[in-house]
Design a binder for this molecule. Structure first.
Ligand code: IVH
Length: 667
């Protein structure tokens, strides 16, 4: 029976490869199904045999509860864009100049720019270990559970001597047909439609439940690799692509390798633009890469993009249609966003019936009224927008901001000095509540591990969670009775609620989701006032005396704490046992960097970014994301780019990682 089991795995894996990667099936559906059934029978009779590479293991048993962060061993980069042939060519002329080559005489490899999301899939000894999203390029989220459901991704690499370690980078996307089918079903079921295939792919990959991802027709095409530890020595990008194909991945048939003359770029672009609409997937441009890896290494990177590759974006596509109505959507912080409801129109492969209008100023700028004929623009991955009025409607209706919130009926107010209008319902507004609860429970704030976003949505919809204070009143049966949950998972949720109760003042303030008060400002406020009592009674002047707190934020904080409902919710949370120690005003000795602003750049080797930031904050410094005249010092890691250049230009002090550790006696 064992040999039969492994035979079946090999056979089904081969058939999947033929069908999903080679587009060349060799077996009938009936034979495939009967073999799959036999495999499942063996696995249910002898569960001890089950191996992670069995095709039955693509869809895991239970949904994940939360996302785990994964640090990429090699940074995942982005691409700079070019918007014309001339710009594209100029990009490579500049590269040639930097390489001391007379003209663009090197080979260029062109690949369709797939409109999906970047994923890194890590294999050890040929076995798929994990897959992660790009995230901020350094740290992404673990999405192994949904990536494994994609049949064109091998669970085991096909190689006699697989590399010790390899992470394969590429794009997960949803083919046009699958996207249209998904949205058709969503419309029929009255559920949310996706604006474009990219959002649909991202939404599917970020599903907690792998079963949902498995039902969506997702595909993966690699475009490179990060880590590689194996015995191959590659000299060209095209060789890497050939190697990835040999490992079992599907490649895009529309890749070309050509000498980078202007004429060749022109021909390549014309060909792709002509065939774009015939492709089964949405593409938003063409990526051009210098094929020679030695030249790539010589050129390196600038900021987050390579100097050896560029994305030539297709121009935006415009169409005209009629504006039928304008609805107002309420976001987490209560901001009302006008959304245009349009007569459906087909633009660049997608039917568009909604477009963003940003805010009332934008409506005024466009001179827009309901009933007008408008031009809408879809630029690749961007949400369609209304760009202008083509002709005014015969029966025009002005667009007005409602006086009351469409969700909770509270008064709508214009944010002083800004274009936005907000619902004043705060934590009592339904539209804001679910999002606020997610914000409160998230990893950055109260970090209630097992209370993930999907579970919050379900508990909110069933009326068990209306405000953040209700989290502490949840009972085992509220969760255990839900589909896909049980007593054990309910207990896990309650346990993580319990263990999240001891927190820090700054974390709690940030968790409340006060408009514009982010993680950093919340910490600053906590350190300044030291206890909640002082914060909730602070006057506008008190608040504005805090470094980095401006008048808008000060007003939001004052407004928040004056609200009786908010006060009651906070009192209930404290009654439920949430505690934090008061902050102790720092003595200048303990905080030698008090009042200073530091910046981290490049890859640190001994510390993670998060650790370095925590150390600096403990020493009293504020850690900023970019270098300015106000920066006191920059800690420089490997491959530092523009921030280091800026620091040098501004004459700001820099320290390498070792010097930083030594200065503060941390090594
Ligand atoms: S190469 C250092 N190649 O475009 C190289 N990216 O705008 C980095 N993308 O994050 C990426 N097709 O998600 C590359 N053939 C292709 C691509 C591609 C789509 C996406 C990818 C990347 C984004 C950058």
């Amino acid at each position: 029976m064992n040999t039969r089991y492994y035979d079946l795995i090999a056979k089904i894996t081969q058939w999947d490869h033929e069908y999903y990667v080679l587009d060349d099936p060799t077996v009938s559906d009936a034979e495939y199904d009967s073999s799959f059934r036999e495999l499942l029978q063996i696995e249910s009779a002898q569960p001890e045999l089950i191996t992670p590479e069995s095709p039955s293991q693509r869809v895991g048993a239970s949904p994940i509860q939360d996302y785990i962060k994964i640090e990429h061993s090699v940074r995942m980069l982005s691409l700079s864009n070019a918007f014309s042939l001339e710009e594209t060519y100029a990009f490579f002329e500049k590269a040639a100049k930097e390489l001391n080559i007379d003209s663009v005489s090197f080979n260029v490899y062109s690949e369709p720019k797939l409109d999906g999301l970047a994923i890194s899939i890590y294999y050890e000894g040929g076995h798929l270990v994990y897959a992660a999203t790009r995230g901020d390029g350094q740290v992404g989220e673990d999405v192994t559970h949904t990536i494994k459901t994609i049949k064109s991704i091998p669970l085991k690499l096909s190689a006699d001597q697989p590399p010790k370690r390899i992470d394969i980078r590429g794009e997960v996307f949803m083919p046009k047909q699958a996207f249209e089918k998904l949205n058709r079903l969503a419309t029929e079921n009255n559920s949310k439609v996706f604006v474009n295939p990219r959002n649909a792919a991202a939404g599917s990959i970020r599903q907690m439940n792998p079963k949902i991802a498995a039902e969506r027709d997702l595909q993966f095409i690699p475009y490179g690799m990060g880590t590689y530890e194996g015995d191959k020595a590659f000299t060209k990008h095209s060789d890497i692509m050939g190697y990835l194909h040999s490992l079992g991945f599907k490649l895009n048939p529309h890749c070309f390798n050509f000498v980078g003359t202007f004429d060749n770029f022109t021909q390549n672009y014309d060909f792709m633009a002509q065939h774009r609409s015939e492709l089964p997937m949405e593409i938003d441009g063409i990526v051009y890469k210098i094929d020679d890896l030695t030249l790539q290494n010589q050129l390196g990177f600038i900021a987050r993009s390579p100097k050896w590759a560029v994305a030539r974006k297709f121009p935006a596509q415009n169409e005209s249609t009629q504006l039928l109505a304008v609805d107002f959507q309420v976001g987490r912080t209560g901001v009302l966003t006008p959304v245009a409801r349009l007569a459906p129109v087909f633009v660049g492969g997608v039917t568009v019936s909604n477009a963003t209008l940003h805010n009332m100023d934008e409506i005024e700028r466009l001179g827009l009224c309901i009933g007008d004929e408008v031009e809408i623009q879809r630029a690749g991955d961007v949400i369609p927008k209304v760009v202008k009025v083509i002709s005014v409607g015969s029966e025009r209706m002005p667009i007005t901001m409602p006086d009351n919130c469409p969700v909770c009926q509270s008064i709508v107010e214009r944010t002083e000095g800004q274009a936005s209008f907000r619902c004043t319902g705060g934590l009592t507004c339904g539209a804001q509540s679910a999002e606020r609860i997610k914000h409160y429970a998230s990893r950055k704030f109260m970090n209630i591990n097992n209370l993930g976003t999907k579970l919050i949505e379900v508990l909110y919809d069933t009326g068990k969670l209306k405000t953040i204070a209700d989290i502490y009143q949840l009972k085992s049966e509220d969760i255990a009775d839900l589909e896909g949950q049980g007593i054990k998972s309910a207990q896990n949720v309650l346990d993580s609620i319990e263990s999240s109760k001891t927190t820090k003042l700054g974390t709690f303030i940030g968790a409340l989701g006060i408009h514009e008060v982010g993680e950093e400002s919340a910490k600053t406020i906590a350190k300044h006032f030291c206890n909640l009592e002082a914060i909730s009674h602070a006057t506008l002047e008190d608040l504005m005396a805090v470094p980095d707190i401006g008048p808008v934020m000060a007003k939001n904080i004052e407004h928040f704490f004056k609200d009786n409902t908010n006060q009651q919710i906070i009192a209930d949370i404290i009654d439920a046992g949430v505690t934090w120690p008061d902050e102790i005003p720092p003595s200048p000795n303990e905080q030698p960097l008090l009042g200073q602003t530091w910046v981290l750049t490049g890859t640190l080797e001994k510390l993670t970014r998060i650790e370095a930031k925590e150390i600096l904050e403990k020493l009293g410094a504020k850690v900023a994301g970019s270098v300015s005249k106000k920066t006191d010092c920059v800690v420089v890691g490997k491959e530092a780019g523009s921030k280091l250049k800026n620091a040098e230009a501004l004459g700001i002090k820099t320290l390498d990682e070792n010097a930083f550790l030594e200065t503060f006696k941390l090594s």
